[in-house]
Design a protein around this ligand. Structure first.
Ligand code: B12
Ligand code: SF4
Length: 475
């Protein structure tokens, strides 16, 4: 069969790699199937471009694959509609975070033939076998979703307990060298950075998060040797020396994290490590921070989410606001640069709660922080709750978390100028510790983006449009 894997332009070539396809290709027998990647992000192709149509017609695939996070589904959905018109007989399949959390896409967008839930590494080969079979039995494909009599059938997902059976992604197929040439860099000015996963899954149940469902509640780790060899392979092949662990909860198994650091120190590599998606505060201690520093971490991202215990309880964060003070101190003691992530505008949050978050940021004095808008992500517990209460529609899609317009604002915070709050906190940090944000900006070469961000916030303060929440719908 001919399979065309489509990677949407919206993912961008500067920060996000087509990791799903890098993993899936390892599981497809290429002596039997002809597989091609249509990388619209790297080649800057929009679905409306004639080049997209030409690529589809030239290759004429039997299977057309799409991958999507909810954030990017606006665009992916357009691509699917256009592709269906160009290739009426191809099977259209979709995987990734969005269909995984919201398999109802099958009913909402009937152009899609099959959707995949959870991780599909071990599902893709059996799926292709069934697709080729004269009497297919799709019920045996883990995580596969399809329509039967207008009802969405969802096969149980299989999360492999032994992550090492999953080989590192195929970087050649992902065209990693072209990414590097196109300026891909993640969290660093170094041109040779990469994102990789050392663990999958998370045992916590924060109500805004899709990870426990999408990646499973059992935290699974690769072996330390597998990971170190993965780093060395990337360093040897691509000169990569800045490694971002994109894990959801890298340090959940602290013994694993410590042993990873120790072995890396023993190997005497000069790598820089990072965990840009944040590490869970309770899954750290002073020894771990010291080991991370020695192994090559320069900064740690921690996600207290809120300085209000009331909001933390609503979020099911299983953490108290006090923890953050100790953890910031420990990380700073180890010589690490500390970045905090917080969310504002959570359902049930009041101005008083936001005030507590602001106080926490001022007292902790991290080197930098990000204040994100709350975005209800499809399929998460909080999203379902808001749909039930009819506060949002079931077809609502999130926006980029840093955008000024909000997709949802709780009744308790209607009329609040969020941009003013965000800007005030950045100004406060700047006034009290001017070197913190400046060093941060220069380390990451994101200075023009910081200026742009401040400019947008400034604009919104004076036009007072920050509470103009717009609900985006599919159509
Ligand atoms: C690592 C990571 C990143 C990396 C980039 C990863 C990359 N690919 O290069 C970085 C750190 C850059 C990043 C950034 C962001 N991220 Co992020 N990220 C992740 C994370 C942890 C893993 C994503 C990943 O690549 N996994 C590896 C691949 C192999 O797994 P996968 O995509 O799930 O694919 C598997 C299956 O889904 C399936 N599959 C996928 N596609 C397809 C297609 C077909 C046809 C088939 C059959 C199967 C299939 O098979 C794959 C193999 O098993 C996820 C959380 C998670 N656990 O999923 C969040 C996540 C995707 N990120 C998220 C967000 C919000 C962001 C940011 C906006 C954060 C921010 N506030 O700035 C930014 C946006 C980036 C930007 N535009 O600048 C959200 C998305 C929410 C949503 N529902 O849309 C997630 C889900 C986290 C969360 N807890 O909510 N992220
Ligand atoms: S927010 Fe972090 S700790 Fe909470 S469930 Fe998601 S990955 Fe786990």
């Amino acid at each position: 069969m001919k399979i065309l894997m489509v990677w949407s332009r919206g993912f961008g070539a500067d920060r996000i790699l087509p990791l799903p396809y890098g993993y899936l290709i390892n599981r497809i027998d290429r002596t039997k199937h002809q597989v091609k990647l249509l990388n619209c992000a790297l080649d800057d192709i929009s679905y409306e471009d004639p080049e997209f149509e030409k690529s589809l017609l030239d290759f004429n695939p039997d299977v057309l694959a799409f991958s999507s996070w909810s954030l990017f589904y606006h665009e992916v959905r357009r691509g699917i509609k256009i592709a269906r018109k160009i290739l009426p007989h191809a099977k259209i399949i979709i995987g990734g975070n969005h269909p995984s959390m919201h398999p109802q896409v099958l009913r909402e967008d009937p152009e899609i033939d099959f959707a995949f839930k959870g991780e599909s590494d071990l599902a893709i080969a059996p799926f292709l076998e069934e697709l080729e079979s004269t009497s297919p039995d799709f019920s045996r494909v883990p995580g596969l979703c399809y329509l039967k009599n207008d009802v969405v059938i969802e096969n149980p997902v299989y999360f492999t307990p032994n992550l090492d059976v999953i080989a590192p992604p195929d970087y050649q197929f992902m065209e990693f060298d072209r990414y590097l040439k196109a300026g891909y860099r993640l969290e660093t000015k170094s041109k040779s950075s990469v994102v990789l996963l050392g663990t999958r899954g998370c045992p916590y149940t924060c109500s805004f998060c899709c990870v426990p469902i999408h990646s499973g509640q059992k935290h699974r780790t690769h072996s330390v040797d597998y990971l170190l060899d993965h780093l060395d392979m990337l360093n040897k092949t691509y000169g990569t020396n800045y490694f971002n662990f994109g894990d959801d909860n890298f340090t959940n198994d602290m013994n694993f994290a410590k042993s990873f650091c120790r072995k890396l120190i023993e190997r005497k590599r000069n790598y820089t490590l990072a965990t840009p998606r944040g590490i869970r505060m309770q899954r750290t201690d002073q020894e771990l921070f010291h080991l991370m520093k020695e192994a090559g971490w320069e900064e740690v991202v921690l996600a207290p989410e809120s300085g209000s215990d009331r909001v933390l309880a609503i979020m099911h964060k299983s953490q108290s606001a006090d923890t953050i003070y100790t953890k910031v101190k420990e990380a700073k003691n180890a010589g690490l640069y500390v970045v905090l992530n917080v969310i504002i505008g959570y359902p049930g949050e009041t101005l008083e709660d936001i005030q507590k978050t602001r106080e926490m940021l001022r007292k902790c004095r991290p080197h930098f922080f990000y204040i994100f808008n709350f975005n209800p992500l499809p399929g998460t517990p909080v999203y379902k709750e808001l749909v039930e209460k009819e506060e949002i529609t079931d077809r609502m899609l999130p926006k980029n978390f840093g955008e000024v317009d909000r997709v949802y604002t709780p009744a308790s915070l209607k009329g609040v100028n969020f941009s003013r709050i965000v800007l005030a906190e950045y100004l406060n940090l700047f006034l009290h510790r001017p070197h913190y944000p400046i060093v941060f900006a220069f380390r990451k070469l994101k200075f023009r983006w910081s200026l742009y961000y401040l400019y947008i916030n400034f604009l919104y303060i004076f036009t007072n449009r920050s509470d103009a929440a717009k609900i985006r719908k599919y159509t």
